[in-house]
Design a protein around this ligand. Sequence first.
Ligand SMILES: CC(C)(COP(=O)(O)OP(=O)(O)OC[C@H]1O[C@@H](n2cnc3c(N)ncnc32)[C@H](O)[C@@H]1OP(=O)(O)O)[C@@H](O)C(=O)NCCC(=O)NCCS
Length: 185
Amino acid sequence: MCTSVTTNPTISVREANQGDLPSITEIYAYHVLNGTASFEIIPPGLDEMSRRWDRICERGLPYLVAGSRSGLLGYAYAGPYHARPAYRWTLENSIYVAQEARRQGVGRALLEQLLVRCTTLGYRQMVAVIGDSRNGASIGLHRRCGFVETGVLRAVGFKFGGWLDSVFMQRALGDGDATAVTLPP
Ligand SMILES: CC(C)(COP(=O)(O)OP(=O)(O)OC[C@H]1O[C@@H](n2cnc3c(N)ncnc32)[C@H](O)[C@@H]1OP(=O)(O)O)[C@@H](O)C(=O)NCCC(=O)NCCS
């Protein structure tokens, strides 16, 4: 799925379950408090993260975790890009890796699996909305997995005393726009 396949064999990826939510909440809280990937300022608690997980699962969309023998290392999910019905074949992804597990292939293992599952489900486009232009890790990861940069919204966020961009990247899934879709009944 990515440009070459050398995913770290010590990392396993599976569907998230309720028992993973405390670790997921902790990983996300770190990135909310210390980074600009998320434009949230106050980390959501376990109840809110559970509600968000439920909403993804209710739609039959993938919510994945990556782990190794040392525990849960990261998570990723795909949600609707926008609610209006014509957008229904397009998803937006989110990926967060525990700070101490970064740059070991966890993000890539998660994104590869997410792409496979969303393609199998019949979706046609995946969009990444990346905060911010200086997020070389996220831009690099998405590029590595076949996403291309499609635009930048300048200074649409303000966090830690500075203005933040949103970088849009996009990747076709399956047939992309080469064929029409048959709408579900
Ligand atoms: C972005 C993030 C998910 C990447 O996960 P990761 O596990 O560290 O990345 P991986 O080790 O799987 O790296 C995969 C590829 O991404 C790119 N990459 C990862 N970290 C990078 C960095 N710091 N600088 C440049 N490229 C990077 C590389 O192309 C890498 O492939 P390579 O190691 O073969 O060169 C992780 O850094 C993270 O959680 N960041 C904070 C939250 C965030 O930005 N999430 C994305 C929201 S859209």
